[in-house]
Design a protein around this ligand. Sequence first.
Ligand code: S3P
Length: 168
Amino acid sequence: MTHLVLVGMMGVGKSTVGRLVAAELDRPLFDSDEMIEQRTGRTVREIWSTDGEETFRMLETDTLLEALAEPEASVIAAAGGVVLSDRNREALSSADAHVVWLLADVDVLLERVRHGMHRPLLDDDPEGTLRRMYVERAPLYQEVADAVVSVDHRSPGDVAKAVLRCCA
Ligand code: S3P
């Protein structure tokens, strides 16, 4: 019973690749942003603007811990910010889980995040924010990762294959 957890920056493709990997392994997929939206009946953006980031981060922790506690081996697409909390990083490191860091060049991320509506942190100066975030978070993703898979110049299907090769 080993979960497969995808971590990485916003826009790297955790949800898309997570869906493909979960289908291939015939496992349930837990996508933390989706779980939060289903549970609260509100969008990430609504929670963020009404209750603030702190409340959102608490919900993020709840969903991560819940997914990791599932008895059935699953695929978990963890939201980009999960590594910010010590508690989440400890949970990722101590869980029975393979953690894969999906890594992309910031220019690639910038192109991809144009389409998402659930990323209020990128409303102003997405490029500067993503670059600062990358510097802040790269060591945190590194800390929890058992493997690193580059997504640059790869289709989601190829990324999924690479994830399966290293972890399934
Ligand atoms: C965030 C990432 C987003 C979403 C929220 C905050 C972050 O999820 O949870 O906008 O701090 O990196 P994705 O990583 O799925 O884009």
